[in-house]
Design a protein around this ligand. Structure first.
Ligand code: K2U
Ligand code: NI
Length: 184
């Protein structure tokens, strides 16, 4: 199982690389890696398991964060409406998005960043994501709210982008015109 010692931290070059497409159908090795990403996120949200193994809670994890430069991500999040989004995808891609932006009023964090980086992170309010599931079948997800934010955070990791790259350095909490504020 993945623990914090497997998660690389900012400064590691792999976090700034563009990850490779995963060949389809997925190999057994790639399936095991994808399963381990979702397992980490689920484990990290279980208080007993997280305490036992010293896991930092996460609602998403991308393969580059465990030094695997391949396009894989896992998300396990209950959004502000109480809807559970639990997905593990190969080769996810945003195929369309809203013009409207959104941001978490609490800002964002990252399992690969051992410090607070305050500020609003502008994201698309709604995204449509296409990818392949653990069996290599095509999946299309229409996402909004916290789920849309998490997927964008994780897909950024596959392109070597960190959440703080989006923060307005001059004024981190400058209001984002017309953006939807999401309380988490
Ligand atoms: O990719 C990661 O490092 C996991 C991130 C995911 C994230 C998504 C959206 C906004 C912020 C972070 C975090 O560590 S998960 C921690 C967390 C938990 C609950 C709500 C927001 C963030
Ligand atoms: Ni992150």
């Amino acid at each position: 199982m993945i623990t914090m010692k497997d998660i690389i931290r900012e400064g590691h070059p792999a976090l700034r690389q563009v990850a490779e497409e995963v060949p389809m159908p997925p190999s057994d090795e790639d399936k095991e890696i994808l399963k381990s990403l979702l397992e980490y996120v689920v484990n990290s949200q279980n208080p007993e398991t997280a305490a036992e193994y010293g896991l930092r809670p996460g609602i998403g994890l991308a393969a580059p964060q465990i030094n695997v430069s391949r396009k894989m991500l896992a998300v396990n999040v209950i959004d502000e409406k109480g809807t559970l989004y639990s997905h593990a995808l190969f080769n996810p891609k945003i195929i369309s998005h809203s013009v409207e932006k959104a941001y978490l009023t609490a800002g964002e964090g990252c399992l690969s960043v051992d410090r607070q980086v305050p500020g609003f992170v502008p994201r698309y309010a709604r995204v449509t994501v296409k990818g392949r599931n653990i069996d290599g079948e095509e999946v299309k997800l229409r996402l909004k709210g916290l789920a849309a934010i998490v997927f964008q955070h994780e897909i950024d990791h596959l392109n070597g982008i960190m959440f703080y790259d989006h923060i307005n350095q001059e004024n981190p909490f400058e209001p984002i015109p017309g953006a939807l504020a999401i309380e988490r």
